[in-house]
Structure formats: structure tokens, C-alpha cells
Ligand binder design. Sequence first.
Ligand SMILES: *[C@@H]1O[C@H](CO)[C@@H](O)[C@H](O)[C@H]1NC(C)=O
Ligand SMILES: *[C@@H]1O[C@H](CO)[C@@H](O)[C@H](O)[C@H]1NC(C)=O
Ligand SMILES: *[C@@H]1O[C@H](CO)[C@@H](O)[C@H](O)[C@H]1NC(C)=O
Ligand SMILES: *[C@@H]1O[C@H](CO)[C@@H](O)[C@H](O)[C@H]1NC(C)=O
Ligand SMILES: *[C@@H]1O[C@H](CO)[C@@H](O)[C@H](O)[C@H]1NC(C)=O
Ligand SMILES: *[C@@H]1O[C@H](CO)[C@@H](O)[C@H](O)[C@H]1NC(C)=O
Ligand SMILES: *[C@@H]1O[C@H](CO)[C@@H](O)[C@H](O)[C@H]1NC(C)=O
Ligand SMILES: *[C@@H]1O[C@H](CO)[C@@H](O)[C@H](O)[C@H]1NC(C)=O
Ligand SMILES: *[C@@H]1O[C@H](CO)[C@@H](O)[C@H](O)[C@H]1NC(C)=O
Ligand SMILES: *[C@@H]1O[C@H](CO)[C@@H](O)[C@H](O)[C@H]1NC(C)=O
Ligand SMILES: *[C@@H]1O[C@H](CO)[C@@H](O)[C@H](O)[C@H]1NC(C)=O
Ligand SMILES: *[C@@H]1O[C@H](CO)[C@@H](O)[C@H](O)[C@H]1NC(C)=O
Length: 826
Amino acid sequence: MNKTLSNTTQSHQLRKQMEASNVFFLVYVEVIVLLSCFNLHGFNLLGLVTASPVVRGNGTDQHALLQFKTKVTGDPLKIMESWNISIHFCQWHGVTCGRKHQRVTKLDLQFLKLSGSLSPYIGNLSFLRGLNLADNSFYNQIPQEIGRLRRLETLQLTNNSIRGEIPSNLSACSKLTLVDMRSNQLAGEIPASLGLLSNLKFLNFANNSLKGSIPPLFGNLSSLEVLSLAINALSGTIPEALGQLTNLSFFSIYGNAISGNFPMSIFNLSKIRSFDIGANKIQGTLHSDLGITMPSIEFFSVAGNQISGQIPISISNASNLNVLLFNDNRLSGNVPSLEKLDKLVNLGLGKNHFGHGKEGDLKFLCSLVNATKLKFLYIGTSNFGGELPKCISNFSTTLLNLVIEQNKIMGRIPNGIGNLINLEVLSALENQLSGPIPSEIGRLQKLNIFFAYTNFLSGTIPNSIGNLTMLIKLALNENNLQGSIPISLGNCQNLLLLDLSNNNLSGSVPREVLRLQSLSIWLDLSSNYLTGELLVKNLGSCVSLETLSLDDNLFEGPIPSSWSSLRGLVQLDLLDNNLSGGIPEFFVTFGALKYLNLSFNDFDGVIPSEGVFKNASATFVEGNNKLCGGIPELHLSRCNSKTSSTTSVKLKIAIIVVMLGVALVFTCLLVLWFRKKRQQHPRTICEENWLLQLSYQSILRATNGFSTQNLVGAGSFGSVYKGILEESGEVIAVKVFHLLHSGASRSFLAECEALKNIRHRNLVKVLSAISGIDHKGNDFKALAYEFMENESLEDWLYPSTSMNEPETMRNLNFIQRVNVAVDVAH
Ligand SMILES: *[C@@H]1O[C@H](CO)[C@@H](O)[C@H](O)[C@H]1NC(C)=O
Ligand SMILES: *[C@@H]1O[C@H](CO)[C@@H](O)[C@H](O)[C@H]1NC(C)=O
Ligand SMILES: *[C@@H]1O[C@H](CO)[C@@H](O)[C@H](O)[C@H]1NC(C)=O
Ligand SMILES: *[C@@H]1O[C@H](CO)[C@@H](O)[C@H](O)[C@H]1NC(C)=O
Ligand SMILES: *[C@@H]1O[C@H](CO)[C@@H](O)[C@H](O)[C@H]1NC(C)=O
Ligand SMILES: *[C@@H]1O[C@H](CO)[C@@H](O)[C@H](O)[C@H]1NC(C)=O
Ligand SMILES: *[C@@H]1O[C@H](CO)[C@@H](O)[C@H](O)[C@H]1NC(C)=O
Ligand SMILES: *[C@@H]1O[C@H](CO)[C@@H](O)[C@H](O)[C@H]1NC(C)=O
Ligand SMILES: *[C@@H]1O[C@H](CO)[C@@H](O)[C@H](O)[C@H]1NC(C)=O
Ligand SMILES: *[C@@H]1O[C@H](CO)[C@@H](O)[C@H](O)[C@H]1NC(C)=O
Ligand SMILES: *[C@@H]1O[C@H](CO)[C@@H](O)[C@H](O)[C@H]1NC(C)=O
Ligand SMILES: *[C@@H]1O[C@H](CO)[C@@H](O)[C@H](O)[C@H]1NC(C)=O
């Protein structure tokens, strides 16, 4: 009964994995349209001079520039050094002056690693026509004085860290044609007065934190060609008036919280080439003449909204489209023929209600065979039915992603799928596909992800699957696949996730497959008819494997000791097999383990009570009649000491544990006692005179930079290194505390406090305590001890079972063990 529960959570988790792989469809790549039509040089000097009532002297410009310089606080390239009065300011880096009047007309300091704030004196450069501070690190606000730059035509502050609001006085710069403030931290609302800038052709506020709504007055920006407000926090509706922007070619409000119906007038933008209202809350239907009223459209996305109705048939006339995204809306009906859209690169229709769940729904796919640049085709999570048409084999080989998952698609996977030789992602999960997986799948040698789970696929897993050496995730679970797992699967050396569960697979698991060292997320072979032993040495190399499900098979034999290295396991399910032998102690040390199901096997012996076994809602052992012990909640019988062959060893260990406990209590009492004694100055720990005065640097040198050769042992709170002091040649042991581990700091204080004051022949002497900062600026705490040969006591008490060590050498006899215990108690 736990089985069904765990299966649902598993497939849920798998689905999450899946979704992560599809994110690319929602990732939006902003098309940056560069306008080349800004003529900065055709400037009528006389006209402007006469138009300006006050002609200030050129001394003002120098003063203003010097004031600008004082606010530049960071200048690693030393650009501002040239800004000194020993040379004329017109020769300063980035400054351009008018030829006759020697006034600053252009200030271009793009990409110079400058930081600082913007001086209000900038407003005194009254002849300035171009200001470009893009790609620096200017911060603080844009001064309102910017509004005094009556001749300003281009203002580029792109990619800085500018905060505050957009200055409303900017509307006074009536000559502005280009304003680019994208990628800053601008907040507040967009000043409506910017709608007065009737010469504006390019306005980009993308990637800031702007709130409020789009000012309807923007409909008066009759020269506007580019308007991007993408990735802000704008709300409200799309103003009807934007339909008047007859020159608009690029429009993006992607990634805001704009709602309401979108106005039909917007489809009158006859020059539009890129239209993106994706990731908002917009409702309404698409205009039936869409493909005719927007004849130049290249990029059209309404993805991630609440749009309903059908895709207008007129879209088939929009033959310049290369990106067409309808994903994640409430669209329905048939998808029209897209046969003229032969420039398509990315077609997203997924997460809608398209189709009628029957034959003919996918006819439109065959209209795509002439789309020779097609890379992404996403029709997942809709209501498409019928068979997958054979024409998919005639798709362009440029195709990288084919996602048809979560529909009602039936029939076979066409053999011709093997033609799509550049495919990287193929997801057909949760459909009604039947028949075998075509052996031609082996031609898709670039495939990373192949998901076909939850279908009715039958036959054997083709041997050619071993050709897919780039495969990272393979999930064929919940089908009717039979036969054995192909040995060739062992060639897929990059697999992180493998799920073949819930099929009719039989035979033993090829060792080639279990040797896959890459498997680190998921290995699920559960609910098949797999047989044989789990004696797989090499599975132990999948140190980071998180989920291992072998439940509901016919595996037999013991749990291999090599599994002791699967320390990353979160979930291990061995339910319902024929496994035998004892429950390995090492599961106790698997800190991440949250679910361990050993039920309905033939295990025997004592079940541990520590680690995961402490938690009755994480450990399942029922149906193993020969198990005993464990926590009472598991309701197992008490262990009979006479029948257990390992009892004498366990007893010894128990004695030692008790004695260690006594010693611990004793230490605690001592600590408390000393604390009380020193209450006058608490918390100024470990600054007393130690036998040695050591610094971080000296320890760094002594341990060879904490090299792994010097590593003696590691625990949860710290690592112990062997070190040789440079000055004296003395050998020390250094325990470095892992301060990121909560508790390590406390452990340091406790150990430091306790050991400093205690001298005993059975305790290692603490030579010094080091508390400071390491070379990365992190806190560093360590204790230096006398070095004891012969490694850790733990290894002596619990000899490791690893193969390459002569075990007999390290086994203590009973007398030795008692002596250890007595010494510990002392
Ligand atoms: C200002 O301009 C005059 C000529 O127009 C020139 O003689 C003088 O050197 C300039 N001063 C500065 C500081 O550029
Ligand atoms: C002024 O700038 C010039 C040109 O970069 C440079 O050679 C000179 O050293 C600078 N003078 C001072 C005082 O920084
Ligand atoms: C220049 O701008 C500053 C600050 O905006 C102002 O105080 C000053 O009076 C202006 N005029 C001149 C000639 O510097
Ligand atoms: C933004 O500016 C930083 C320097 O401040 C630069 O390293 C980075 O490449 C720029 N980003 C873009 C997209 O130009
Ligand atoms: C902003 O503009 C208003 C109106 O044009 C003007 O009165 C005010 O002085 C300006 N503020 C600054 C700081 O330039
Ligand atoms: C916007 O434009 C319309 C027509 O071009 C004009 O009548 C109206 O006054 C303008 N609005 C503003 C605030 O300038
Ligand atoms: C679209 O433009 C045409 C003519 O340019 C006009 O007649 C029509 O009313 C406009 N439609 C909308 C919804 O603004
Ligand atoms: C495509 O455009 C042509 C010419 O403008 C027009 O006759 C035809 O009806 C359009 N087709 C669709 C499906 O709108
Ligand atoms: C693809 O192009 C060929 C040759 O131009 C043409 O004969 C065929 O009808 C086109 N097919 C589709 C589905 O557009
Ligand atoms: C694929 O295209 C070829 C010719 O280009 C045609 O003969 C064949 O029938 C097409 N196959 C399918 C399944 O549409
Ligand atoms: C497997 O790959 C080899 C080349 O590496 C290729 O010759 C063979 O046809 C492929 N097998 C299948 C079934 O695609
Ligand atoms: C389980 O294994 C034992 C031997 O270990 C064998 O006798 C028994 O038949 C197996 N049970 C099943 C159901 O395979």
C-alpha cells in the first residue's frame, strides 16, 4: 500500500524533472532591433544658436565636466585622468565638441567600467546632443536637470545600476529620438509626459522595476518605431491608443502583469515585425485578419496569457514568421495549415486546448515539411488526438526539439523519426502510443532527453538505444515493454536518469548498465520481472545517486556491501523482492536518506535503531519475518541473544557505547563547572595562553595548504589534518571546523572550553586554538592537537570492510577493546 503512494510521488517528481527540461520554450530571447537611422552629425548649428536665448560660455562646459568627474568614484581604467585642465576639455576621453563653437556636443563613455552617481551639473552641457553612459556601473538617480538639455537627441544609460524614478523633466528634451534605459533598477511609474516626445523613435525601459500602467499618451508618439517595456512590474491594460503608432515595428511588453482584453486596434500595426505580449494576464481573442493586417510580422508571441478562441486562418499568410508562440493560453480548435510559413524556427502551441482528441488533429504537422529552418516544435499538453503522421520523417533535419507529450496521440512512432538526426529532445510522454520503439531511434545520436513514459509501447527496447551516447535522461516507464534490458544501454555513459519501471522486463540487469557511473538522479527498475542478484560492485560508484527503486521484482541475494558508498541516496525502495541477508549498518550513516523500504523480502538479523531507522515513517520493514530489534514502532520481535551470531561483538560495542556515554556526562559536568567558575568574562573564549601561538598562515603552511594528502579524517563538524610546523618541526593534528555546518561553531566553543582546562594522560593535548579569517575572508576556526599515530580509534573499533585493506591487522581482540573502554571512562 505504500507502493501506490510512493509511485505517485515518484511520477510527480519525474514530471517536475520533465518540466525543467522544457523550460526553453518559455525562455524568451529578446530580439534587439538596431536602428541605424540616427543621424548625429547633420546638425544645424546656426539654427540652434539663434533658438537658444542664453549662450553660456565654454567655461561652463569645462566646469560641468569637472563636476561630473568628481561624482565618478570608480575608474579602474583611469579614463578620468585625461580629464584635467592641462589639456583642453574637447580632447578629454569621450568628449566631442562642435568644431566652431568648442562646446560639448557628445559625451560617450560606454563600457569603461566607471561607477559613481550622475552629477546634476550634466544639465549645464547645454549643447549636448548625445549622452552615452551604457554598460558601466552608475548608480543613484537620473537628475531632473537632464531636462535642461534641450538639444539632446540620444540618451543611452543601458545596463547600469541606476535607481529611482524616470525624471519627468525628460519630457522637456523635445529633440529626443532615442531613449534607452534598459537593464537598470528604475522604479516608480513611467511619466505620462514622455508621450510629448513626438520625435521619439526608440524607447526602451526593459528589465527594470517599473510599476503602474502604460500611459495612454504614448499613443501620441507618432514617430515611434521601437517600444520595449519588457520585464517590469507594469499592470493595467494595453491602451487602445497604441494602435495609432503606425510606424511601430517592435513592440514588447513581455513579462509584466498587464491584464484586460487586448484592443483590436493593436492589430492595425501594419509595419510591426516583432510583437510580444508574452507572460502577462491578457485575455481576449486574436483578430481574424491577423496575418493580413500584420504582413511583415517575424516574431509573434502571446505565450503565457489567457487568450481564448482559435488561431485565425489568416496566420497562414504571415510568411515572414520565424517565431510563433501561442503556448500556455486557452486556445482551442484546429491549427490551420502553416505551409507558407517556411521561415519558421520556433513553433509553440503547447499548453492549450487545441484539437478534438481524434484523427485529423495533427494534419497541420505535414504543412511544416517545407520549414527548412525549424528547430523547436512544441505541441505538448493539449487535446491533440489521432496518429502521429508519417510526414514527420520529412521534417527538416534542423529540428532540435520535438515535444508532443500529454496529448491523446495514438498509433506507432513512425520509423522515419530516425531521419531527424539532430534531435536533442524527444518527449512523447503520456499519450496513447503503441507498437514498438523503432530501432531507427538509434540514428538520433545527439539525443539528450528521450521521454516516452506512460504510453502503450510494446516489444523490446531496441539494441540501437546504445547508439544514443549523449543521452542524459531516458524514461520509458509505464509501458508494456518486454524482454531484457539491452546490454548496449551500458554505452550511454552520460545517463543521469534512467526509468524503466512498470513494464514487463525480465532477465537480470546487465552489469554494463549498473556500471553507469553517471547515474546520479534516478534509477528506477521497479515493477518488472527482473531477476538475479544485486551483487553489483560498481553501482557503488554512483556516489551521488538520489533515488534507487528496484521494488516489485524478483531480485535475490544480499544487499551488496559496495552500496555503502551510495551516500547521496534520498530514497531507496527494495519492496517486494526475494532479497536476503542482514540489513547493512551503513544505512545508518546515510544522512540524506528519507525513505527506505525493505518490506516483503527475506532479510534477517538485527535492524539498527539509528539514522533513518529512528524514523518509523521513513523505514518500512514489514513482511521480513526473520528481522528483529529496531525501534518499538516497527513492531518487530526482540532479538534473542543466543540465536544471533554477532551478539558478542554487539555486546562489546554496547559496553563501549555505555562507557563513552559516562565519559560524555563527565565531560559535560566538567564543562559546566568551569563555565560557572569563569562567569565574569564569558564568551571571550580561547584567547588564553596556549602552549603554542599559531596563526592561520602557519597552519596553512604546516598542512601543505590543507592538502588531501594531509587529511587524516573528516566528520560532520570538521576535518582533521596532519601538519608539520615550519619553525620547530613538531608534528601536530589540526581540526578545522566546518563553520557552514550549523553546530560546528558551538562544537568549537565547547571543545575549546572543555579541553583547554583539562589535562589528562588519556586525552590528546590541545596545543593551540586558532580563530580568525582565512584567505577568502571567511571565518576560520581550528584546534591544534598533539599528533597521535595509527589513525582514528573509530576505524580500530569498527574496521572498514573495504577490500584493499588486510582486515586481520586491524582487528582488536576483546581485551584490547575493554582496555580502550576503560581508558575512555578514565
Ligand atoms: C572658449 O572659446 C574661446 C573661443 O571661442 C577660446 O579662445 C577659449 O580658449 C575657450 N575656452 C575654453 C576653456 O575652452
Ligand atoms: C592630464 O592628462 C594628460 C593626457 O592624458 C596626461 O598626460 C597628464 O599626465 C594629465 N595630468 C595630470 C595632472 O593628471
Ligand atoms: C550648473 O548646474 C549647477 C547644478 O545644477 C548649478 O548650481 C549651477 O548654477 C549651474 N550653472 C553653472 C554656470 O555652473
Ligand atoms: C553590462 O555592463 C557590464 C559592465 O558594467 C558588462 O560587464 C556587461 O557585459 C554588460 N552587459 C551587456 C549585456 O552588455
Ligand atoms: C523640471 O522642470 C520644471 C518645469 O519645466 C522646472 O520648473 C524645474 O526647474 C525642473 N527641475 C530641474 C531640477 O531642472
Ligand atoms: C495627442 O495627439 C492628439 C492628436 O494628434 C492631439 O489632439 C492631442 O492634443 C495630443 N495630446 C497631447 C496631450 O498632446
Ligand atoms: C484600423 O485601421 C483602419 C484604417 O487604417 C481603420 O479603418 C480601422 O478602424 C482601424 N481599426 C481599429 C480597430 O482601430
Ligand atoms: C492571404 O492573402 C491573400 C492576398 O492578400 C488573400 O486573398 C487570402 O484570402 C489570404 N488568405 C487567408 C487565409 O487569409
Ligand atoms: C513544399 O515545397 C514543394 C516544392 O516547392 C511543394 O511542391 C510542396 O507542395 C510543398 N509542401 C508543402 C506542404 O508546403
Ligand atoms: C517525404 O518526401 C518525399 C519527397 O520529398 C516523398 O516522396 C515522401 O512521400 C515523403 N514522405 C512522407 C512520409 O510524407
Ligand atoms: C548506430 O551507430 C552507427 C554509427 O555509429 C551506425 O552505423 C548505425 O547505423 C547506428 N545504428 C542504428 C540502429 O541506428
Ligand atoms: C527466493 O529465493 C529462494 C532462495 O534464496 C528460492 O528458494 C525461492 O524460490 C525464491 N522465491 C521466489 C519467489 O523466487
